[in-house]
Ligand binder design. Sequence first.
Ligand code: AMP
Length: 600
Amino acid sequence: MSPPSPGDGLKFSRLTEYLGRLEETSSGNDMVQILSELFGEASPGEVDTVVYFVLGEVDAEYRHVVLGMGEKTVMDAIARASGRTREEVQGRFDELGDLGSVAEDLGLEGGETEQGYFAAEEPTVRDVHDGFMDIAEASGSGSQEEKIRILARMMSQEEGAERRYIARIATGTLRLGVGAMTILDGLSVAYVGSKDKRPRLEEAYNLCSDLGLVARTVAEANDEGGGEAALKAVAEIGVEIGRPIKMMLGQRLRRLSDIMEKMSGRAAAEWKYDGERMQCHKDGDEVEIFSRRLDDITSQYPDVAEYVRDRVDADTAIVEGEAMAVDEEGHMEPFQTLMQRKRKYDVEEYVERIPVNLFLFDLLYLDGESWMDRSYPDRRGRLYDVVETGGGVDLTEQIVSESQDEIDEFFERGLNEGTEGVMVKSVKEDSVYRAGAREWLWIKWKRDYMAELADTFDLVVVGALAGKGSRAGTYGALLCAAYNHDEDRFETLCKVGTGFTDEDLEELPGRLGEWETDSVPARVRSEIEPTQWFEPGVVIEVEGAELTRSPVHRVAEEEGKGLALRFPRFLRFREDKSPEQATTSREVRQMYEESRRRGR
Ligand code: AMP
């Protein structure tokens, strides 16, 4: 096939007729119909450009072709093409509020007689696209003038409706209300035969993030072998280094306890770092970093690019993680600190000023092979092998557990380190990386979801657990119980390990010492064996997030499960209360039933 000569192919004027029709409808079905007709008229070699134009773009979003024209420069171009002064153009813009309408409305009568930009008399979609690419490529000194000149010449060769859309594309304001899914529907109808196959196209789109590529692939294959061939071809669009993959997201649930149920009782929990998601593509010494919105953010993070280059042991790889600002000791800084790294200038200075650490959690591609269809434990396992941690790179903190208590504790430990919650991830066989999906394979749970209970609890201290880390040698947590008035027993409800000031901690041995005992006190019901038992004597006030059923605690027990207070925090000592005046088991049960009724 010989290369198309200028003027061959779908005329831009024909495209604008379709753009006009799309602009006039708000019905999704109509849009799909119009798009499929439009695609039917385009040849496979130009359908990608048609798709970009319909979206008001000139290339795949992730490639970020920058035209570099603002309202003012487009007004200059309109002034030149129409032979009006800048003031006149500005005046019309103030009236109409849209530069497309201004470009259409002002006509060309007084326009400068400079020759048109296109070789063909009636420019095609591809010709106009080339014009925009020339605008994008003009850079350096004098480039603004060059951009204005090209755009003015492009417009001077076009009719009103075409000028309208050219101006809107130039300013990035073509908003037809056509989204990616509508385009995919249109492509399905045009090249595969029906809308039902949209998900197959969508899958490919999630992998390559380029609707133009999907369009061209189905159009070319359809041309050769019809709808079946189109479906086959689209299934072959794979991962490619340098082309961002739509990121997998998590669902949310209000209650952490429901998450474990959803995960069938066993899952990986990871700290949820409140930083910036990064998808890093490594190709030898080259590293590209894409943001959650698939923007290329490599230039903002030369340090992260270097970490990945040095510490991911692979020729080619795609890894994902969350970047966090850290202080000199490696402690995590809040999100706002990291945001100072989002800058065009003084990047190197800020690399020094605000160091970041990359916490990796996923492996999507390795040495020429996609890993997305492997299970999460497999991907994570391989990630361990290929990443040399330290020097700016770590793996996200993770536990794999069946125990709600363990996950609660893990969550709380994370909060103390500056994370915002947990991502609970399926570890089952089918726990693949689902590009672009927000599904139940990942479930997020954040501190903010914690619905604080309306009331606080006055609980009796019946035991203590030895502290770890900075609390070694003192008590790490107090085992606390509610009072079962009917049976005159103390039934454990929670372990309280947070909320203590340093002074509180110092006071604990003095306050509790006289109640120490070697074995479980007669009236205490506990599944947990603390490091130290206490006779019921000291009452503390505790707040908490929610009540759940747990095999570990003993209040209002039913079928082996008592009620447990989740995320309890110490508020103060209640010297004014005797153990028998503590919150009763019956009250706890009432609160639990009440919160269930409210749907918490
Ligand atoms: P959200 O933005 O609230 O929907 O939460 C999802 C985001 O959490 C992801 O896009 C990541 O940027 C971030 N995140 C933090 N830590 C993790 C982790 N361990 N696993 C997955 N995503 C994480």
